[in-house]
Design a binder for this molecule. Structure first.
Ligand code: PGA
Length: 254
């Protein structure tokens, strides 16, 4: 086991699984993954399925929930948006912030992402700040610079005392939903870069921030990615939709 402790297995369901499919998923998943306290298992269902998911996981305190996005304001005339406090009341403990689909399909900027992290923290949620470069940026040798900019927008807003509430997910955009993954060596190198930036801001408390890898993680590659240095967990999209596959991923870190 890595020094930072429990590996994190997070399933990002994106725009999949209505409430009835959420119920069916957990009914299949629970027998496949007996409770254990040596890992953290998280799901990010669509917001409309969050309350149903919260009911389902009530007998399983080892399984925790989050939302895929929050607005930066606590309330107001923002049709279609969800405030962090609302998500918390509906059962979320975590919030994805700055997922690449939010950034690239919905034009979310670094300053907005920073505001969302602040709002999530303010509502008592654990933000999972997603960072990662596009293929173009990687080819231009700008992978680290891109990730650094994404971190620089957010980290100065967080007091070191609260660092333990933050998680980072490194998700290279070119690896999301494409079947391509970063090699364990590439993931380890970017994770080490992120760790160094965290240490600059939070000093020794940087060690309390888990850094997850995401991008086409599946039951076949999860083990070697999790074995890479500084990879503290995985954020899984497509492969988290199938209870058997996701249970195998969780077992890969055992
Ligand atoms: P993927 O998605 O596992 O389907 O590549 C990961 C993510 O977007 O979080």
């Amino acid at each position: 086991m890595k020094p930072r402790g429990k590996p994190v297995f997070a399933g990002n369901w994106k725009m999949h699984k209505c409430p009835s499919q959420t119920r069916a998923f957990f009914a299949s998943f629970f027998p496949l993954l007996p409770p254990a306290d040596d890992r953290t298992v998280l799901f990010f269902p669509p917001a409309v399925s969050l309350a149903t998911a919260a009911q389902c996981v009530e007998p399983r305190p080892d399984i925790r929930l989050g939302v895929q996005n929050v607005h930066w304001k606590a309330s107001g005339a923002f049709t279609g948006e969800i405030a962090a406090g609302m998500a918390a009341e509906a059962g979320a403990e975590f919030a994805l912030v700055g997922h690449s689909e939010r950034r690239h399909l919905f034009g979310e900027t670094n300053p907005q992402t920073a505001d969302k992290v602040t709002a999530a923290m303010g509502a008592g949620l654990h933000p999972v700040l997603c960072v990662g470069e596009t293929l173009q940026e990687r080819r231009a040798g700008r992978a680290e610079a891109t990730v650094e900019e994404q971190l620089r927008a957010v980290l100065p807003r967080i007091h070191a005392e609260h660092a333990g509430r933050l998680l980072i997910a490194y998700e290279p955009v070119w690896a999301i939903g494409t079947g391509e993954t970063a090699s364990p060596a590439d993931a380890a190198s970017m994770h080490a870069f992120i760790r160094a930036k965290l240490t600059r801001h939070f000093v020794e408390r940087a060690e309390t921030v888990p850094i997850l890898y995401g991008g086409s993680v599946n039951a076949e590659n999860a083990g070697e990615l999790l074995a890479a240095r500084e990879v503290d967990g995985v954020l899984v999209g497509g492969a988290s939709l199938d209870p058997e596959e996701f249970a195998r991923i969780c077992a890969a870190g055992a």
